[in-house]
Design a protein around this ligand. Structure first.
Ligand code: KG4
Ligand code: ZN
Length: 367
């Protein structure tokens, strides 16, 4: 399936090569990272296939279809990252894969392929926590952070504030008690008739709207802790849409005056989510006394969040770090990177056992 003769590019045996496989949800991501003996891991190549087009017709991810598509994509993408970096499969020293959290069937595809490769090549495996991948992904940016920092993890399934003192040293400060920030974007967008995944579509529509026309709640803003709640926001959006007779109307087909109204509602929704995320992040910085914050996960791509957080932090002398925009959403590079950083920190449990144990539910703070 793969060429395995020794490649000349791997002559410098002082660096190890890590293949990363991400398949936890609706993106198949493969990447190759070089881990030098000293210094930072380097991304050699990465390749991604997004299933968005496939799931769009259903308005959300269909787990069975996701698994089947990962099966189709993972080997061609592995070939692509090897050929783009001039390496061979036999050059790979460690195979890292997303062990969880995520969709069980989708995770099993990545784990299965990683185990098969490990067994065939006699190379060790490393199961990676998907959120640890997101959390460490800013280390691949041009402006990498330094430990310690506060991390705002905002993905489709999770919203958490963590204190991060080093690789594998994560303390949960607060999290959502119901919907995640990404879910709030996606569910509100769906109610507005926007296509899946709603976050980027809602953000785009919001650019034409006025955020102060609709008054939306900021749940738990003054709860006195660092937890979040977004379910009420979605309900408020629904109430406004019902009042206007606009619930579930395809947003892109409605007439112009209605478009303007939807844009106002989108802007208000985005403003409410962003305000809560920023105020809670600032509170976490205050509580911990830290002067550095890292934003990671798909919602970290949101322009308003970046602009307003940058402004708020600049005023307080706080440094903000983000992943490169194309590495905000799911990808293989963050999985290979998390494996590399764990190995470098002496916190990796490499396994020669081709086990298929994935963890669809897995708490990051238990690592
Ligand atoms: O981290 P991610 O790729 O997948 C999970 O691990 O869940 O995050 C996906 C989430 C989705 O909810 C998507 O709508 C949201 O990130 N997202 C955005 C933006 N880009 C992606 N939300 C708001 N604004 C964006 N620009
Ligand atoms: Zn993710």
């Amino acid at each position: 399936m793969f060429e395995t003769a020794q490649s000349p590019a791997n002559g410098a045996a002082c660096e190890r090569l890590i293949l990363g496989v991400e398949s936890s949800c609706d993106e198949t991501g493969l990447a190759l990272i070089a881990l030098p003996k000293f210094g930072a891991p380097r991304l050699l190549s990465h390749a991604l296939h997004s299933q968005i087009d496939m799931h769009q017709a259903y308005g959300g991810v269909v787990p069975e279809l996701a698994s089947r598509d990962h099966i189709r994509r993972v080997v061609p993408l592995a070939r692509q990252v090897l050929s783009e970096s001039g390496r061979l499969m036999s050059d790979v020293d460690v195979i890292a894969y997303t062990r969880g959290p995520g969709l069980a069937g989708a995770l099993l595809v990545g784990a299965g392929v990683a185990c098969a490769l490990g067994a065939a090549l006699g190379k060790p495996l490393l199961g990676v926590h998907h959120l640890e991948g997101h959390l460490l992904s800013p280390f691949l940016s041009e402006d990498p952070p330094e430990f310690p920092f506060v991390a705002l993890l905002v993905s489709g399934g999770h919203t958490q504030l963590m204190r991060v003192d080093g690789v594998g040293r994560y303390e949960l400060l607060g999290e959502t008690v119901d919907d995640a920030a990404g879910e709030a974007f996606d569910k509100s967008a769906k109610l507005m008739g926007l296509p899946y995944p709603g976050g980027p579509h809602l953000a785009k529509l919001a650019m034409q709207g006025r955020p102060d026309v609709f008054d939306l709640p900021r749940p738990m803003l003054h709860s006195g802790n660092l937890d979040f709640s977004f379910a009420g926001l979605k309900t408020a959006v629904r109430t406004h849409l019902v009042r206007q007779g606009l619930l579930d109307q395809p947003a892109l087909l409605v007439e112009q005056s209605t478009q303007a109204l939807l844009a106002d509602l989108a802007a208000a929704t985005q403003a409410a989510i962003v305000e809560v995320l920023i105020k809670k992040s600032l509170a976490a910085l205050k509580v911990t006394g830290l002067k550095r914050v890292v934003v990671a996960g798909g919602v970290g791509a949101n322009k308003l969040l970046r602009e307003q957080l940058d402004q708020a932090c600049a005023r307080r002398g706080i440094r903000v770090h983000y992943p490169e925009l194309h590495l905000c959403t799911d990808n293989g590079a963050m999985i290979a990177l998390a494996a590399a950083m764990r190995i470098q920190a002496g916190r990796a449990t490499l396994s020669m056992e081709p086990t298929f144990d994935v963890k669809p539910r897995w708490d990051l703070s238990t690592l």
